[in-house]
Ligand binder design. Structure first.
Ligand SMILES: Cc1ncc(COP(=O)(O)O)c(C=O)c1O
Length: 255
């Protein structure tokens, strides 16, 4: 086992420098147990950060681990040339908790891929090219999702596409700004947003927000992609945050 100092040095020697860390001498975590983490000295921490707020069900939750290990030890990987029971079972279970008439799933590996897939689906379905996103948005690290991300530190690629309009998320401006873009450009496939902006500052919009946005989008035949990557799976009190606004998006992503 390497010490904190050695790990910092090895990061420098062997990892790409873009992988940042926040502490001069980061604690070396060796074990996670539900809400607790343990460092190499045996010190126990209550983990308020939960991964990056992704370990909803705790670290190494035995219910999850046992199922995952059971699957890995019986059948690890196949191509989708074949069908298996777990993939359709999971999609069926998901359809039971998805809002409204959403019930067809596509499984991938990350939030970025989920949003990239959603944007591709919107383009294929509508035959249109562009997107509308909100100021201070974060949708991922792939080319198209980074292009739909407004937070500057996430826009690492200097040659992102300008197929994305950014509009203000402010309740005072959203409807007029959205309508202005919809009026001037009829090549918009979808509007994409996080129902409660996460890295943008935990911005919770007023009750009317998504009903009015949806109404406008429907009028112009533009799809609504709801990015629940950070808000999904009961983090905000309902299974998905958009349920609190009584709106069913056209496409929803989660991770
Ligand atoms: C709202 C939102 N969408 C998409 C992503 C990208 O997800 P991933 O890091 O799994 O690619 C993130 C990551 O933090 C996110 O917060």
């Amino acid at each position: 086992m390497y010490s904190s100092k050695e790990i910092v040095q090895m990061r420098k020697d062997y990892l790409m420098p873009c992988l940042g860390y926040f502490y001069k001498n980061p604690p070396v975590f060796v074990k996670g147990e539900m809400q607790y983490l343990y460092d190499a000295t045996g010190k126990k921490y209550l983990d308020f950060f939960a991964g990056v707020s992704v370990m909803n069900c705790g670290h190494s939750n035995p219910d999850i681990l046992n199922k995952v290990m059971g699957q890995l030890s019986s059948l690890q990987h196949l191509t989708n040339v074949y069908l298996t029971s777990p993939v359709v079972e999971l999609a069926k279970k998901l359809s039971e908790v998805l809002p409204g008439d959403l019930h067809n799933s596509f499984f991938c590996m990350s939030g970025s891929e989920a949003n990239e897939g959603a944007m591709l689906l919107a383009r294929i379905y509508t035959g249109k090219r562009k997107f509308i996103a909100l100021n201070n948005s974060l949708h991922g690290r792939t080319y198209l999702t980074m292009s739909a991300t407004d937070i500057p530190m996430w826009r690492a690629d200097p040659y992102l596409t300008d197929d994305v309009y950014f509009i203000s998320s402010s309740p005072d401006r959203i409807l007029s700004d959205l309508e202005a873009v919809l009026e001037k450009d009829n090549d918009i496939a979808a509007f994409i947003c996080e129902p409660i902006q996460g890295n943008g500052g935990i911005i919770t919009p007023p009750d009317w927000y998504y009903t009015e946005i949806s109404r406008l989008l429907k009028r112009y035949g533009v799809l609504f992609i709801c990015d629940e990557v950070q808000t999904g799976f009961a983090r905000t009190g309902t299974m998905f945050a958009i349920e609190q606004y009584n709106v069913v998006p056209d496409i929803m992503t989660m991770s």
